[in-house]
Design a protein around this ligand. Structure first.
Ligand SMILES: [Zn+2]
Length: 167
């Protein structure tokens, strides 16, 4: 459950709907790239994710930064357009810090203007217990956590991922 100074009133607004299989794929991607940060896009319709696309992290300091390969993004955009889908969320991992958007993450989100998608963070601070959280970032840099509803796994609260949930 949320315990930070987040906007709790918004917690019920627009949950991110993520199939259990894709939640597992997200965590797998993070663990495969560890200790570097992974990044990618969650495609779908509305708030519902239907597909995950891994994007290459081309930042020169990948252990604590990410920069999505623009060519991969163009390809993902074409893919999404062709399927009548959009980018529902942008995800990346934190291998040494909590699953909360860093100041850099917030600044990049605001500067990129990509504020419609959710921002999903996978934290690997505890390697055996990855934590996945979802946020919205507004144009003034405010961060609000959102629920993640795992489809096919009952209801789920962002931040409480346990390995058992994704098996
Ligand atoms: Zn980050």
């Amino acid at each position: 459950m949320p315990r930070d100074n987040l906007d709790h009133a918004d917690m019920n607004d627009r949950p991110l709907k993520l199939p259990k299989l894709l939640l597992a794929e997200l965590i797998t991607h993070a663990l495969e790239r560890d200790p570097e940060e992974c990044c990618g896009l969650l495609l779908g319709r509305g708030n519902t994710v239907t597909r995950l696309r891994r994007i290459r992290n081309i930042h020169e300091s990948r252990v604590n930064r990410f920069n999505m390969d623009p060519l991969d993004i163009i390809e993902a955009e074409r893919d999404a357009d062709g399927a009548g889908e959009k980018f529902v969320a942008i995800y990346h991992s934190h291998t040494y810090s909590q699953g909360y958007p860093s100041d850099t993450d917030v600044r990049n989100a605001v500067e990129s203007g990509w504020l419609d998608p959710f921002y999903v963070l996978v934290s690997l601070v505890e390697k055996t217990r990855p934590v996945v959280r979802a946020y919205r970032i507004s144009d003034d840099g405010m961060v609000a956590e959102r629920f993640i509803r795992v489809l096919g796994a009952g209801s789920y609260t962002s931040g409480t991922t346990r390995p058992g949930l994704v098996e």
